[in-house]
Design a protein around this ligand. Structure first.
Ligand code: NI
Length: 169
């Protein structure tokens, strides 16, 4: 197992659209293990392959309370097939957007489909916190960050801050 480097905004790789996984083989299982180690080390609630420089459609997450971890969930080739209602996820954050949080408009309910780490089809229906996690992580696989879904004013404030930090490096 290995802890992978988590790419951060404005890394261009984060804008990539991932390719579907064709077979869940040992290479894919190794990627999942490394992603899990990286997520728990961070620690984070979810991680998409794009965030560690891998352009494959894989997300992992663990929404269990800290003291009940690990309860790792893996969804390969995930797709949201149904969304309903509106909610605002308060103080959403992302390992690839360090030191920044914002409220994000999200669908309240999602149905997602994909395959699990054994290659079996999987369907998840949720109107819980997990609904937000799935939308956030699946966005990553399409090159979308949560800062793309907030007001342009807030986004500009964040971008300006990052530009300043880069300049002062
Ligand atoms: Ni994220």
């Amino acid at each position: 197992m290995a802890i992978l480097e988590i790419l951060t905004y404005p890394d261009k790789f984060l804008r990539k659209t991932t390719r579907p996984v064709e077979t869940v083989d040992d290479d894919i299982r190794k990627i999942i293990e490394d992603m899990a180690e990286t997520m728990y080390d961070a620690p984070g609630t979810g991680l998409a392959a794009t965030q560690v420089g891998i352009d494959k459609s894989i997300i992992i997450y663990d929404v269990a309370p800290l003291e009940e971890r690990p309860q790792l969930q893996v969804l390969i080739n995930p797709k949201i097939v149904e969304m309903e209602g509106n909610t605002v996820s308060e103080n959403e954050g992302c390992l690839s957007v360090p030191d920044f949080r914002a409220d994000v408009k999200r669908a309240a309910f999602v149905r997602a489909e994909g395959i699990d780490r054994n290659g079996n089809p999987m369907t998840i229906e949720t109107d819980d916190f997990l609904a937000v996690v799935l939308q956030h992580e699946i966005d990553h696989l399409n090159g979308i960050l949560f800062i793309d879904r907030i007001s342009s004013l807030k986004r500009e404030l964040y971008k300006r801050r990052v530009r300043k930090q880069i300049k002062s490096l």
